[in-house]
Design a protein around this ligand. Structure first.
Ligand code: BTN
Length: 326
């Protein structure tokens, strides 16, 4: 059967990538079983999608660079994961990737399915906040079906995903970021990104979980208090490299959590958290509690020491509002 449409575009990119020099148009067309004219059309389509392909008479085509877009074939290229991103959906613009991934979850999409977009018109943050999503950021929602975790144990997923983001950023850019319980990613005290976990559960059984990740990479127009890697480091970054490393880190961490080995990861997360020893005011289902942030426990719950000396444990799901630290 002949490959068709986008699939063919992908095969062309693959063939050009495998060949560091020029690939003769005639050979490439015959390899794909299409005419040279059809090949030219596909090359022109790829150019429109941001691929830089030079065509030199008598020599052929050469791939100079690929775009920094979350095209499924780019996300999967040399990714090397077992199950994460085996299915990738890509959009130029959507209201929220959470909504799309949720629908895919209901339709039975496999664990590891990811939905990417370049911009969102109704990006959602925690606590019903808006997530401003201009071009230049990383925005994706990931479908997970954690078999071994109960609803009460899900807080740690949010934490290990934010840790995976930290590691992915450090590995690819060298920049050290921090976390703030439960889901903030910070750089030099400003909000760089966040993780939003939405859960579809039946009693205490988790049917699926949608983990949404938003990180400001090359974006400039951001709300006050927020920053991007570009604003912080005064240079642009390749989002795909960062994203691929984050995906690898999420998969490795998630597999550990599923095997009941989240201890080391939570300890690592705790080392990067900026809250310890700070005074917090939390709104828990309508009641305000104040105290000093001590650490997290083995489920990822926040341990808060209140003024009379007693300790409260708070799950991410409990919080309605977190006041800034004094
Ligand atoms: C937060 O810090 O409040 C969490 C922000 C999560 C934003 C991401 S962007 C991709 C996904 N789609 C959404 O609408 N939200 C999440």
């Amino acid at each position: 059967m002949k490959p068709s449409g986008k699939n063919l575009d992908y095969l062309i990119v693959q063939a050009l990538r495998d060949d560091s020099g020029y690939f003769s148009g005639e050979e490439l067309a015959s390899k794909l079983g299409i005419s040279r004219q059809a090949l030219w059309k596909h090359i022109s389509n790829l150019t429109d999608r941001g691929y830089d392909i030079t065509a030199v008479p008598h020599r052929g085509y050469k791939l100079v660079s690929s775009p920094d877009k979350f095209y499924p074939e780019e996300v999967k290229y040399k990714l090397g994961t077992k199950f994460l991103a085996t299915q990738v959906y890509y959009y130029d613009a959507v209201d929220s990737t959470q909504k799309i991934a949720w629908q895919l979850g209901l339709e039975g999409a496999p664990e590891g399915t990811i939905v990417f977009t370049e911009t969102q018109s109704k990006g959602r943050g925690r606590l019903e906040r808006k997530w401003i999503s201009p071009a230049g950021g990383i925005y994706f929602s990931l479908l997970l079906r954690p078999k071994s975790l109960l609803l009460s144990e899900i807080t740690q997923i949010s934490l290990i995903i934010s840790l995976a983001c930290l590691k992915g950023i450090k590995e690819t850019t060298g920049i050290d970021c921090q976390v703030k319980w439960p889901n903030d990613i910070l750089v030099s005290g400003k909000k760089l990104g966040g993780v939003l976990c939405e859960i579809n559960a039946e009693a205490d059984r988790v049917l699926f979980l949608i983990a949404g990740v938003g990180i400001n990479i090359n974006s400039k127009d951001l709300p006050s208090g927020a920053t991007s890697l570009h604003l912080y480091a005064k240079k642009k970054f390749r989002r795909l490299d960062i994203t691929q490393e984050i995906i690898r880190q999420i998969e490795a961490a998630y597999l550990k959590v599923q095997q009941g080995e989240s201890g080391e990861l939570l300890a690592e997360w705790s080392k990067s958290c900026i809250l310890w020893g700070k005074h917090l005011e939390l709104k828990l289902s309508g009641k305000i509690i104040e105290g000093t942030a001590v650490n997290i426990d083995d489920k990822g719950y926040l341990i808060l020491r209140v003024d009379n000396g007693t300790q409260h444990k708070v799950s991410a799901g409990d919080i309605v509002k977190v006041r800034s630290c004094r």
